[in-house]
Design a protein around this ligand. Structure first.
Ligand SMILES: [Zn+2]
Length: 570
């Protein structure tokens, strides 16, 4: 066993990159993920998500912690194992500790081993290293030992190094609950997990961002709200304006997040791709309107001059995304800034600003060409994803789940009783929520319905129709989701992908009509998707802090439970 010679004193934030490289170089050649968080507002979520991944793997977390305010500058190493771990494993690791014990001035927290096991996992070993023995890599050497043993037993292993700690002892004063359902650190100034098994989970892979400048050139005309000019109001800006999504794109650039994403160009979808779902009549109609002076290709679906080519690029962005997450070994998450959006588009006509159905065609592309058999399409746009539902209503290879404002648009669609037809029965789930539903309602609906349904279905790919018109400031709907709510939904959708779909998730931007708030909502989604954080927050939420957007009120809870019980997801 090699003893590393790098110093493992508390690491300063500016030293993280170097430290991570040293760690990786010393023991983990195949680590290429590192993760740094030093922002209070994100910390607990990151840790929670991390442990969710861990828990779902039924694996092991090895945790290295350091503290500098005690005499000893303790280094602690602990290994957490699921409860069902074989007794023999416990013994094996314990023997390793015993071998080292004489070299330690203190063995911290051994008593943990004797505590009642109340959580889903327990800490197996923990110990301290005297100051005089620090800097020779004992802690990491021991960790390596643990991991080798666990590897041989086929237990996936994750390494997390968290530092600096100033809690006065490795475990005692950090304020986390070691035996809770999830451990939540409350005093971690810097956190950077290093992830080991690249091919098995997602967090070490990159996030693609896909858009094309011409997405902003699709001209849906002038108007007032969703009606074109010509009424009593003076001509104005149509609600589906390129400005909103362009602002989001520019925010990504301003924050620096764009620089850290993998930029992929959309392909140009072919007519064959469009015909996966759409009729030749509709395609031809769009083409002719686009070549002429434009017009409506259905219900509130304006085709501008040249929009046919742009709509094909929008579909092609979604196709490029499913290809990337399926075929590119380094990418498993993608965000597509689709415009025009797609989820209302029906086979024979456009609808609600949607010309072609990006999500449907991408899903069909994945099943036809990428060998993916089961896809979850999760639609959190405030309006019902009627076009997507139509496409897969009799299909058991796609689980379509739509959360939307009850009976908003299209009227009569998205009722809970609409659950599919033929072999598709049970593979459409509609969650019509009361107007006024906010963060807590969506979270509850995910917990009670979306996650259990996904658990049962076990998708191989997750596609999200992300409409940020569920936002608290949106002019076209009356829901109350905040930036924080979008973070939650993204984390949960990603959790589903991580657990079942090797992390493969594609998020398509559908609606969202508040020009000032959508950019922040979508930016937060990309942050959570990629695991890369900036200092962009939520500049507007203070104005509604006194409202009920974060609450789960009785009638809202009742609605979610009524749908859950109706669906019988047990
Ligand atoms: Zn919408």
């Amino acid at each position: 066993m090699k003893i590393s010679t790098f110093n493992i004193r508390p690491i300063k934030p500016e030293e993280i990159d170097t430290a991570a490289e040293l760690l990786a170089a010393a023991y983990y050649d195949d680590i290429f993920f590192k993760w740094c968080v030093d922002d209070d507002s994100h910390r607990s979520k990151i840790v929670s998500e991390y442990y969710k991944i861990y828990l779902s793997s039924k694996g092991c977390v090895a945790h290295v912690a350091q503290s500098s305010d005690s005499d000893m500058e303790i280094v602690g190493v602990s290994v957490w194992l699921p409860r069902e771990t074989e007794e023999g494993m416990y013994e094996a690791i314990n023997n390793v500790v015993a071998d080292y014990a004489p070299q330690f001035d203190a063995v911290a927290n051994r008593s943990h081993m004797n505590e009642p096991i109340t959580g889903p996992f327990y800490q197996l070993v923990g110990f301290g290293v005297a100051k005089k023995l620090q800097g020779i890599g004992l802690g990491h050497a021991l960790l390596k030992y643990h991991i080798d043993i666990l590897d041989k037993a086929g237990i996936p292993t994750y390494l997390e190094a968290s530092t600096p700690y100033y809690g006065g002892g490795v475990y005692g004063k950090f304020g986390y609950k070691p035996f809770g359902e999830l451990m939540v650190f409350t005093d971690t100034a810097v956190l950077y997990p290093l992830y080991r098994q690249a091919k098995e989970t997602s967090i070490n892979k990159k996030t693609a961002f896909i858009y094309d400048e011409s997405y902003f050139w699709h001209n849906a005309g002038e108007g007032a709200l969703y009606e074109p000019d010509g009424g009593y109001l003076e001509p104005g800006t149509y609600i589906e304006s390129p400005k909103i999504k362009r602002r989001f794109k520019n925010l990504l650039q301003k924050s620096g997040l764009m620089d850290k994403l993998e930029k992929i160009k959309p392909i140009v979808a072919t007519e064959e791709h469009l015909e996966y779902f759409h009729t030749k009549r509709h395609i031809e109609n769009v083409k002719q309107l686009s070549n002429g002076d434009g017009g409506n290709c259905g219900d509130s679906a304006i085709v501008g001059r040249g929009s046919y080519e742009i709509a094909k690029l929008s579909v092609g962005g979604a196709i490029a995304a499913v290809r990337a997450v399926s075929e590119n070994n380094l990418i498993n998450k993608a965000f597509v800034l689709t415009r025009p959006p797609g989820h209302h588009a029906e086979s024979d006509r456009g609808m609600g600003f949607c010309i072609f159905n990006n999500a449907v065609i991408a899903a069909k592309y994945a099943t036809k060409n990428l060998g993916i058999k089961k896809i979850l399409i999760l639609d959190w746009d405030a309006h019902h994803g009627n076009g997507t539902e139509d496409a897969f209503y009799e299909d058991d290879s796609v689980l379509f789940i739509s959360l939307h404002q009850d009976n908003l648009e299209p009227i009569g669609r998205g009722r809970k009783e609409h659950t599919g037809k033929g072999k598709g029965v049970g593979f459409t789930i509609n969650i019509p929520l009361h107007a006024g539903s906010g963060d807590a309602v969506y979270k509850y609906a995910f917990e009670q319905i979306v996650i259990p349904a996904a658990e049962r279905f076990k998708p191989e790919l997750v596609i999200v129709s992300a409409g940020q018109d569920t936002s608290i400031f949106d002019p076209l709907a009356r829901m109350m989701v905040s930036v924080a709510g979008y973070r939650d939904m993204t984390i949960m959708a990603k959790g589903i992908a991580d657990k079942h779909a090797q992390g493969r998730i594609v998020i398509l931007h559908e609606g969202g009509y508040c020009p000032s708030y959508v950019p922040f909502c979508s930016h937060a989604i990309v942050e959570e998707l990629s695991g890369i954080y900036t200092d962009v927050g939520d500049p507007f939420i203070y104005a509604v802090a006194g409202t009920s957007y974060q609450e789960l009120m009785p009638h809202q809870k009742e609605r979610v439970e009524e749908i859950r019980d109706f669906l019988d997801l047990s």
